[in-house]
Design a protein around this ligand. Structure first.
Ligand SMILES: C[S@@+](CC[C@H](N)C(=O)[O-])C[C@H]1O[C@@H](n2cnc3c(N)ncnc32)[C@H](O)[C@@H]1O
Length: 162
């Protein structure tokens, strides 16, 4: 058996208890086939960092735009910039959840990978979701539904007089 010998080599790890469900309200998504314990490594994904110009001139005009992550880089003059990166492996399949994120991710800029881990126990059948932050480019299928105004007023009255 060969093991990685260089410290920059990347041992891969993917949780096997997953499947991609198609035709969900968010398109395709990653779901658990078994309960996944908190802190389990879900996937280690290599990334492809795009040049800032390449991204602006080309990628932003394609569907790939909806799959890229911000990626901090330092240019040749030592200036810090935010580039974009395409995440290979399962990373590009995780949908967003505002209220029920159950997967966290961590960049490794030196080795050009992202590691995804379970934030808590994920029960069988649940979708694995990350957070894309607060600037979404689509209508959030998980957004909390605001109560109709009369119901809101009733709730307010209850809080005041109960
Ligand atoms: C990185 S892709 C995720 C995989 C994608 N669902 C697919 O089928 O290829 C990001 C896209 O998924 C969809 N998506 C992710 N989270 C969503 C959410 N909370 N509500 C609605 N659509 C979502 C949006 O179309 C978004 O541009």
């Amino acid at each position: 058996m060969a093991t990685p010998s260089n410290k920059l080599d990347i041992p891969l790890q993917r949780c096997p208890d997953l499947y991609i469900k198609v035709c969900t309200p968010k398109g395709r998504g990653v779901y658990a086939t078994k309960t996944i314990p908190a802190k389990t490594v879900i996937d280690v994904c290599p990334v492809l960092v795009l040049g800032v110009e390449e991204n602006k001139s080309h990628i932003e005009h394609t569907s790939l735009f909806h799959y890229t992550y911000n990626w901090p880089i330092t240019d040749f003059d030592g200036n810090k910039q935010v580039a974009q990166a395409v995440i290979l492996g399962l990373g590009s399949m995780f949908n967003h959840s505002t209220q029920d994120q159950n997967v966290v991710w961590e960049r490794d800029p030196e080795r050009l990978i992202i590691t995804y881990r379970a934030l808590r126990d994920i029960p069988v059948g649940e979708e694995l979701c990350i957070s894309y932050g607060s600037h979404l480019t689509f209508k959030d299928a998980d957004a909390p539904v605001a109560p109709p105004p009369e119901e809101e007023l009733e709730m307010f009255n209850q809080i005041q007089f109960d």
